[in-house]
Design a protein around this ligand. Sequence first.
Ligand code: OSB
Ligand code: MG
Length: 371
Amino acid sequence: MRIAQIRLKVITMPLKSPFHTHLGKVIEREGIIIEVMDTDGVSGFGEGVAFSTPWYTEETVKTSLHMLSDILIPLLMNNRIKHPEDAAILFKTVRRNNMAKAGLEMAIWDLYAKRNSKSLSKIIGGTREQVASGVVVAVDSLSNALKEIENYIGEGYQRVKVKISPQQDYSFLAGIRSHFPNLQIMADANSAYTLKDLDRLKSLDDFNLLMIEQPLASDDIIQHSLLQKQLNTPICLDESIVSFEDAKNAVELGSCKIINIKAGRVGGIHEAKRIHDYCLDKGIEVWCGGMIEFGISRAHNIALASLPGFTIPGDISASNRFWDEDIITPEVSIENGFVHVPDKPGIGFDINRNRLKETTIAERLFTFENK
Ligand code: OSB
Ligand code: MG
């Protein structure tokens, strides 16, 4: 692969409504759009999914810009790659900074798939023509949750995830469960609990939840293994799994029965696929998580979720879940509870150039020498 230039665009867009968790609320989303163009003028796109502040992981938009500009893009300038996996392996010489790595690696996957005239899904071994769609409700009251869930069920979503914390759990979930007795519900705690809350967490077994996501500390694997032994509800790990090794340790220790795979969190598609393949082999179910992302990352998620091990509906929602207008065309939409996996080359969506332009607040261009 001969890269001619890489363009980074920082974009910003208000959410249609605030996204509440016990860690704070997201009102406006900043992100980095990464375009990698080769010497034939073919472009691949990726998205840096770090937030403006380090509330979910340690990365931010600014740390990602630094890593991309001063470390990762120079690595690509100095090392010829033949395949996206070469980029993933090259980036392993840099510690962590997974969202920065993933955004760039995924742009290279899109470019590689386009050059081979194959969909990204097919290139990585996807087997599904459509992926089951779930949606997240992140609000701070039961009445708002009930209204939103009602609407999302009307739009066809197959399962709903709600955000919980000790301030909003038992009676909140009881209210939801009594209104929707048959709904597939899961609860995401984003590390709101400690083992001192054991009785509280056990009480949530009352609600027949599909799973409880990341109840304990964001970097813990040991305490979750103690907790899982005490709960009937399966634990799903999100924040704690930032590499293949983490996934293996968590499975071996019995820290979870399910893993939420996000390419951004684990450093890209290569690492996400390794975790997927391992879980498929071990009979651990996985699903594709979301990052309140724009259409490019959404499109990558669709391709990832088309792999055979993604058996649980992911946080794969339509573009209109968060945005008035997305940066891709067509926008991602839900039909009968599923999102269609495109068969066009690469991520299979075009860039909405006007929307991208009007949301861009900063831009950097890197030109490769190709001597
Ligand atoms: O914990 O899964 C999470 C959003 C941003 C950061 C972390 C998480 C989330 C979500 C929403 O739960 C996922 C989505 O639909 O984009
Ligand atoms: Mg989560």
